[in-house]
Design a protein around this ligand. Sequence first.
Ligand SMILES: [Zn+2]
Length: 246
Amino acid sequence: MIKKDQAVCIRTVDYSETSQIVTLFTKDTGKLTAIAKGSKRTKSAFDGPIEILSRGKIVYVGSNKEAMATLTEFQQQLPFRFPSRNLYTLNCSLLAAELLNNLTDDYDPHPLLFEAFIQFLEHLDESEDTLALLILFEFSLLKEIGLIPVFDHCPNCKTRYERRATSGSYYFSSEVNGLICRDCEGSFPDKITVSQSAANALFDLKSLIKADEKTLNEVEKLLIYHFTNITHKKPKMAKYVLQDNS
Ligand SMILES: [Zn+2]
């Protein structure tokens, strides 16, 4: 069966001298892996070798989990400009692609997440708020896959938080998927402490765009800890995104 869709390439692997295997995040079908025969030849139906983060209209054949699809067309749009402009921005977008690959299932459609990913890449192209945009995308991803952490109350004792942190007595635990209070933290050995400014950013995610670099780095570290716990492996691109490499 021939299918048409819109897609962003989130992973490529060389398959032979001339062909690639690509993982595509598509609007209607979600993630899928396809072979692009002859894609590395100068004249192909793919406008040249397919690069990670390239996007456009695709045509493919075969669409089930058992057999790999065959990509027959990829009309690549103009690439995002940021890779040539800024390595950090490129690394942040590669981390987002890696997380999409790790946290979504094949043939599980997430059209809203597809839109959020395109918007994230477009905003990166025109804004300096790289890390804040990445964090907001990561929260959209967690929301779409049903794993958004609880930030408005303690998931253990259910105590509601004031919307404004008055001190730094908050802890984040992946196990309970949320911000645990001072009274409960003793019961959760696996947790990280959250500073007052990071807690405030988590209470009001919209405020992230105005947060300072230190706060953003702390929130990103928390998210990497969370993604690592969810998928049982640390994202490979994390060390290129976190400022202190820890
Ligand atoms: Zn509690």
